[in-house]
Design a protein around this ligand. Structure first.
Ligand code: PLP
Ligand code: COI
Length: 367
């Protein structure tokens, strides 16, 4: 089990005048959905050039004062993370691989010319918020507390250069199934737009990547699909990832393929965890390029048995159908969940929820 480092910043606790009433919170936790309900508190830490990180507070969640000239509003200097806190059956609370999120946050910060946040401060900020809002963690299967650490450039300055002031903030949102439909498998729309090009920001978790995905995502929703698929920018041929998830393909020969970390896709922590779990299950992992044409062909021939999407929000979700703007579509396997997907999902979720031994040191108990 991972250990918790001593915090290097001390957090000032600001009193909350009016937290959400118990009965209202219980009603929200019974059916949390995704991303629409928020807890009582937030963490804020300031960064100023020459001074570094300072003034860490944990207080009531609410609007943040922002100058209209703040760089984030003009040049989109913004990065974020997503991770979850789980309530275990013994009453303890656990985070899943928070250090991995801290490391990726700093990789994103570097790409966006923003200051790094010490990993132990990132983890401590998340821990403080979860402890303050522990009554907001839903206990039922499939539900957890989704944590959203992010950083914005707050300096009022219109010249184009990296800002000299930032805010790091953590908010939390009780979460159930990411997909509203709750269908056993999701349907995917192949985007004609590109998410990320070589040398761009595709491997960073920055808001701008998601802004670029919203038109194709709206197209997907308008046609009744659940997620958008991006192909590579140069040849528009190689499968990269979904709007907010990585992809895996399970073949009849016992191999599991996932697109390589080429610099244009997000290095998912769920992706990395599933690769380890799949190896332990005896599957052959292939981090290889896979074309949309090959995908269609393998689905038709039966060589490809399953496809699934994975991510913190989506966990592990089977992909049943793929539709393209040229009017063609294809179904994978039975169009529903398959065995490999179910096995890997069960193992991952059991570790996250404390129902299976954590032999990898992924689970950090915080209370
Ligand atoms: N790819 C994109 C574009 C994402 O937004 C996410 C979600 O965070 C992922 C992949 C999966 O990453 P992780 O497993 O770390 O949540
Ligand atoms: C996450 O899984 O944490 C994400 O940021 C993806 C998004 C679709 C919510």
């Amino acid at each position: 089990m991972a250990t918790i480092a001593e915090p290097v910043l001390s957090f000032t606790r600001l009193p909350h005048p009016a937290p959400v009433a118990d009965e209202v919170r219980e009603g929200i936790l019974a059916a949390p959905g995704f991303g629409t309900q928020f807890t009582d508190h937030m963490v804020v830490i300031e960064w100023t050039e020459g001074k570094g990180w300072h003034d860490a507070t944990i207080g009531p969640r609410g609007p943040i004062p922002l100058d209209p000239a703040a760089s984030v509003l003009h040049y989109a200097q913004e990065i974020f993370e997503g991770l979850k806190a789980y309530k275990h059956a013994d009453g303890s609370i656990a985070l899943f691989r928070p250090q991995a999120n801290a490391q990726r946050f700093n990789a994103s910060a570097t790409r966006l010319a923003m200051p790094e946040l010490p990993e132990d401060v990132f983890v401590e900020a998340v821990r403080q918020l979860v402890l303050a809002d522990q009554s907001w963690i839903p206990g039922q299967e499939g539900a957890s507390l989704y944590l959203r650490p992010f950083m914005i450039a707050t300096e009022p300055f219109l010249g184009v250069r990296s800002a000299k002031q930032y805010k790091f903030i953590v908010i939390a949102s009780p979460a159930g199934n990411y997909f509203k439909s709750g269908a056993p498998a999701v349907s995917i729309w192949v985007s004609e737009y590109t998410r990320a090009a070589p040398g761009g920001t595709g491997a960073a978790k920055c808001g701008g990547n998601y802004a670029a995905s919203l038109v194709p995502t709206a197209e997907a929703f308008a046609r009744g699909h659940d997620q958008v698929l991006f192909l590579d920018a140069a040849e528009h041929k190689w499968v990269e990832e979904l709007g907010g998830m990585n992809l895996f393909f399970a073949f009849e020969d016992g191999s599991l393929l996932t697109p390589p970390l080429s610099g244009t896709i997000l290095p998912g922590i769920t992706r990395a965890s599933l690769i380890e779990l799949a190896r332990e299950e005896g599957l052959t992992i292939r981090e290889e390029r896979y074309s949309i044409d090959q995908w269609r062909e393998d689905a038709a021939s039966g060589k490809l048995l399953e496809t699934f999407a994975c991510g913190t929000a989506a966990v592990v979700t089977p992909v049943g159908r793929v539709a393209s703007p040229d009017g063609t579509s294809f179904t994978i396997g039975s169009g529903g969940p398959g065995q490999t997907t179910a096995k890997l999902k069960d193992r991952l979720v059991a570790i996250q929820r404390g129902q299976m031994a954590d032999t990898h040191g992924w689970v950090m108990k915080i209370a």
